[in-house]
Design a protein around this ligand. Sequence first.
Ligand SMILES: [Fe+2]
Ligand SMILES: [Fe+2]
Length: 168
Amino acid sequence: MAKRGISILKDIEASTVIDLLNRAYCDEWLAYYQYFIEAKVIKGLMKDAVIAELTLHAADELRHATLISTRIIQLGGTPILHPGDWLKHSNCGYDAPENPDVRSILDQAIKGEQCAITTYSNILDIIRTKDIVTYDLVSQILADEVEHEEDLQSLFDDLKEFMEQFKL
Ligand SMILES: [Fe+2]
Ligand SMILES: [Fe+2]
């Protein structure tokens, strides 16, 4: 734990930031697994294009978990150690892809990204002027989540248009 780096926090305890980050850390692992397993079980039209997107997103969520864990440690905290705690501490939970249809999976994934956007936006509101390093990190992650929602929504819209055109 580096003292000077922590001393630049203003009007916020490191433990508060660690708690916010640990919740987001759980979300990222759950999002990673959700994308991973969705890419395996998905069925239906345009499935290959969607699998490519889900796989890219899975890699991004795992990268986010890495970035967040590094910041938790910098702040003197410990990332959640037990996978059994991920659901308990997450903001967005986990939506098992019980219906493998491509539309259902895209719909679930879009909702997950929307929850991530709300979560990171709330974190930024709390730490905006208080922890500039975490603020910068979370801003980068938020930009990725906004891009994820957009990519999924455009796939969903393309699929809908295709199905309407061919009356499927
Ligand atoms: Fe993420
Ligand atoms: Fe995402």
